[in-house]
Write a protein that binds this ligand. Structure first.
Ligand code: ADP
Ligand code: ZN
Length: 723
């Protein structure tokens, strides 16, 4: 037999198929070790045949086969071709998406546990060996017992003596590590409302592959997802369920676990290597049928998919930020087509792109305009912060927010305070000379963190000692400017000394269940106020939350990004949606310096349609996506001179194209990135806005050609983050 192998080296030079001879335990999809260039390396078998065109003496044998069941499912190969040609990456890089990285490097294996098993043998035990006798009696009664546990009770010597005499044998058994074992229980399936039932019917009956559920927060989308999954499983199929950030949604996990028990597997970057490995194989072997996870779970090793669900489809985390820079929705469409199943996108604030598709009839659109039980949307109070300042209120909280907080706390309810800026203060400035503290590796201002009394870079994590004097002028008038979450908590503690306050941001959560611990404390009402960054905006369902405070609604409006209006609308709607989900009705206080801003007006009135129509008009007339394609070619390297050389090379190559197709280019320039240096790498970019994707492939080719060992060149399409 002969195996066609792709070697696991992500380099265009070896991006081809190599042939090896093999035994018949090598199958399409097997992971193997093969001799390559004088050493053994990992490879993926993408096909086997009984003939080869090469002369037999030139063909080397496969050195090792890894798994009995081929790790890669057949669907991988067609996806590999599509991904590699679409994003111009070597096939090996595409295939890596389908395997947990720990597994690829051969770092994890199954976990084993040793059991002591009683053997029905007559053995002699001397009278003095009391422990041996006791251990034997115990194991005889128990039949088998955890070996380590047995040794702890009776002593290792006694147990091993029994093993030597043949009275007990040791068996190694594979154990499955069970992540999130301690998760609580979810509810039973609910009796669907008419709207929910119609939604499910519509998804099942439509001829369209892609479905978009536009349902306001609290409209019962989750129950629709769960019942669609249940129905796929009932039909003997499998399902993929994607959420933006799985650690932020422990309640969702609890629900899925409770409903589907062992049939649900979790794919999550916070799991230990061993846990990831086990969960992955549970899916591959067919023991588990539902993959739940963030973006990368779209590559779950499932066959015969019955449904794919992408919750909060507008979330930026669905775009990969490392090569290949794929869009999750795009991959999901390919998988849905391959499997002939439905793709369901859901959101209270669909992305403009998706909603355009839906309104043009390319997606099946389902609208859920009301909350379950017709609960009203929370009332929004706008605080004009300009007036507050005029009145002499320089604190982070408006009078209205303070009042609402007071009444929320005194009625025993809970509040959420949202501010998209962590740390204590945003900047540290010298009042004498205007010096602003910046990171040495990155072109980024440092943030003051009061708990550790230090300055931190939020891009590379570097820590610096707090300044006692200005390094430029020696002045000692150091001032903090801009409020962060730490400071908000400090201020709240002063205002409401009796209230218990939790903070959730990148500084307070650590480890795989860091989020879970904070959220579960809050949901058990062990705290009255939760202060946090956008982490707290996502799908949580806390019944006692009746007040949401948005401290600075303007913050995301002023980024230099065509999507900033959309992001602001989404964020405000999502955060507001946390309020008044159960019996008591909710309120939102929104603080702004710019209450007349149209985005805020739409958000306050829950007017998605109005926002959407306005946004589409704007993008059409100004030629922004999806009515154009923003394309950024990043050029990064540690050596500035080399990086600039490469930048010029890229620029001139694209300039040639521009001369040929001037009409395709709306905008074209080369420049520094907004952050000139990050983590020690210089960052230059060629930025362009194109009429269509006609030249896209050639631009990918240029990037590939210009990449060298010391300078990385890559393409980003409509990047979500232009830093
Ligand atoms: P969404 O995901 O649209 O924000 P959820 O799925 O979280 O909304 O539902 C909001 C609330 O309504 C939840 O507390 C949920 O338990 C409840 N709910 C959903 N469907 C039903 C139903 N059919 N009957 C009763 N309660 C429901
Ligand atoms: Zn830094």
């Amino acid at each position: 037999m002969y195996a066609q192998v792709i070697v696991d080296i992500a380099h265009s030079v070896v991006d081809k198929i190599f042939e090896y001879s093999c035994s018949d335990c090598v199958k399409t999809g097997s992971r193997v070790k093969v001799p390559f260039g004088g050493r053994l390396i990992d490879g993926f078998v993408i096909g086997v045949s009984d003939k080869s065109d090469y002369p037999p003496e030139k063909i080397k044998p496969v050195a090792e086969v890894f798994d009995e069941l081929p790790a890669l499912v057949p669907e991988c190969f067609s996806l590999m071709e599509r991904i590699s040609s679409r994003y111009k990456v070597p096939k090996a890089l595409s295939l890596r998406l389908f395997l947990p990285s720990e597994m690829r490097l051969g770092k994890v294996r199954e976990a084993f546990k040793k059991y002591a098993v009683f053997c029905d043998e007559e053995v002699k035990i001397s009278k003095s060996a009391k422990n041996q006798q006791a251990a034997l009696d115990f194991i005889k009664a128990e039949k088998e017992y955890d070996y380590i546990g047995l040794c702890k009770i009776y002593g290792r010597g006694a147990v091993n003596a029994l093993v030597e005499k043949g009275a007990v044998k040791i068996e190694k058994r594979q154990i499955k590590r069970n992540p999130f074992d301690g998760l609580g229980f979810g509810d039973e399936p609910k009796t669907l409302t008419f709207a929910q039932r119609d939604a499910i019917e519509s998804i099942k009956n439509t001829a369209q592959t892609v479905n978009l559920i536009h349902g306001v927060t609290g409209s019962g989308k989750t129950e629709i997802y769960l019942q669609l999954i249940a129905s796929a499983i009932k039909d003997g199929k499998t399902a993929i369920f994607l959420v933006p950030e799985i650690s932020l949604t422990p309640q969702m996990l609890a629900q899925l676990r409770a409903r589907f028990k062992g049939e649900a597997a979790i794919m999550h970057s916070g799991l230990s290597a061993g846990e990831k490995f086990d969960e992955w194989w549970r899916l591959r072997s067919g023991e588990a049928k539902i993959a739940i996870g963030a973006r990368s779970a779209i590559f779950a090793p499932l066959e015969n998919l019955g449904v794919i669900i992408i919750d909060e489809e507008h979330d930026p985390s669905y775009l990969s930020e490392t090569a290949p820079r794929y869009s999750t929705v795009e991959i999901a469409k390919l998988r849905a087509e391959y499997n002939g199943c439905k793709l369901v996108l859901g959101s209270a604030t669909p992305s403009v792109e998706s909603f355009i598709e839906a309104s043009e009839g390319k997606y099946n659109l389902i609208c859920l305009p009301e909350r379950i039980n017709k609960k009203p949307m929370p009332e929004v109070i706008i605080s004009d912060m300009r007036k507050e300042v005029k009145r002499g209120n320089n604190s982070a909280f408006s009078a209205a927010l303070r009042e609402e907080l007071e009444s929320t706390l005194s009625s025993g309810n809970q509040a959420i305070i949202f501010l998209n800026r962590r740390g204590y203060s945003q900047k540290v400035i010298c009042r004498d000379c205007g010096y602003v503290a910046k990171c040495e590796n990155c072109d980024v201002t440092l943030t003051y963190h009061s708990e550790e009394n230090c300055l931190k870079c939020h891009y590379c994590g570097a820590k610096y000692r707090m300044l006692s004097a200005c390094p430029e002028c020696g002045g000692t008038h150091i001032r903090y400017s801009g409020t962060g979450t730490q400071r908000v908590v400090a201020d709240l503690n002063e205002l409401f000394p009796q209230a218990k306050i939790l903070r959730m941001d990148n500084d307070t959560v650590s480890g795989k269940d860091g989020h879970y611990k904070i959220l579960s404390k809050f949901s058990k009402h062990e705290a009255d106020i939760l202060v946090g960054t956008q982490m707290i905006a996502k799908g949580h369902d806390f019944p006692s939350v009746t007040l949401v405070g948005i401290l600075d609604a303007d913050m995301s409006l002023y980024f230099d990004d065509y999507r900033s209006g959309e992001r602001t609308f989404q964020l405000i709607t999502q955060v507001s949606g946390r309020s008044g989900r159960a019996d008591a009705s909710g309120k939102v206080v929104l603080q702004t310096f710019c209450p007349e801003n149209y985005i805020l007006r739409y958000a306050v009135n829950y007017d998605y349609k109005g926002f959407f129509e306005n946004e589409v008009r704007l993008r059409k007339t100004t030629f922004f996506p999806p009515y154009s394609l923003i394309c950024r070619v990043m050029v990064t390297g540690a050596d500035e001179k080399r990086t600039v050389e490469k930048l010029k090379e890229v620029y001139f190559a694209i300039e040639e194209m521009q001369k040929k197709y001037p009409d395709e280019f709306i905008f074209f320039n080369r420049m520094h990135s907004p952050f000139k240096r990050l983590q020690g790498k210089y960052r230059y970019q060629v930025l362009m806005r194109l009429k269509s994707d006609m030249l896209l492939e050639s631009i990918y080719d240029i990037a590939l050609k210009c990449t060298s060992n010391d300078v990385l060149v890559y393409v980003e399409e409509n990047p979500t983050n232009l830093s």
